[in-house]
Design a protein around this ligand. Sequence first.
Ligand SMILES: Cc1cc2nc3c(=O)[nH]c(=O)nc-3n(C[C@H](O)[C@H](O)[C@H](O)COP(=O)(O)O)c2cc1C
Length: 205
Amino acid sequence: MEVLEAIQSRRSIRKFKPDAVPQDYITELIEAGRLAPSGTNLQPTRYVVIKSEDSREKLKECTPLPFVPAAPVVIACCIDTKSINSTGDRMKELREAQAFVNTPLNEDNNDSDSYNKRRSTMDETAAKAYLSLNAAIAIDHITLRATDLGLGSCWVMMFDKSKVKDLLGLDDRYEVLALLPIGYPDQSPAQRPRLDIKEVLLKEI
Ligand SMILES: Cc1cc2nc3c(=O)[nH]c(=O)nc-3n(C[C@H](O)[C@H](O)[C@H](O)COP(=O)(O)O)c2cc1C
């Protein structure tokens, strides 16, 4: 499937067939998230795949949306809050990989490292917002790859974060950003309303 077709045909799916999702498809979805870009290549997104009957049963207590635990697979998309501290290592890797050749970012110990300094002085709220922004890109990659594989998905943020964290057995290092129920769609919704292009394109200058 072409990228354009995946973008145009993706829908939030809220009714899934009970059919199992093949394990290699689940791996493909995580791989799509892994390949997403991130600021300074921080790669802050982590995943927990929820697929056992038992875990999905327990998930019912964590969200008011029954279609979430009803999906055969739910990917809990999390941020690793400690990843913000790896900016220096990631920058070094990028320089070694020649990512910044012919840009000011190629120079160590100059103004390009102001990114690094700014990052290290970010307060917790700003850091979480920044990491969440990066995770959102990875999650979007997953939803498009799901469409490509004939699977449906839906971004879900309506859940009790602490209950989900308990269920996943994650410590405070991780924050659960979104749940992504995944499965074969049992509905084929029309495209959802969108603002007109004239409303979203403010100007060309
Ligand atoms: C950040 C984000 C959070 C969302 N949270 C929920 C949610 O908690 N429950 C839900 O049913 N849909 C949720 N959605 C899905 C949106 O309602 C949906 O994307 C929007 O209505 C457009 O429909 P479409 O995805 O089919 O194009 C969320 C989507 C995004 C991007």
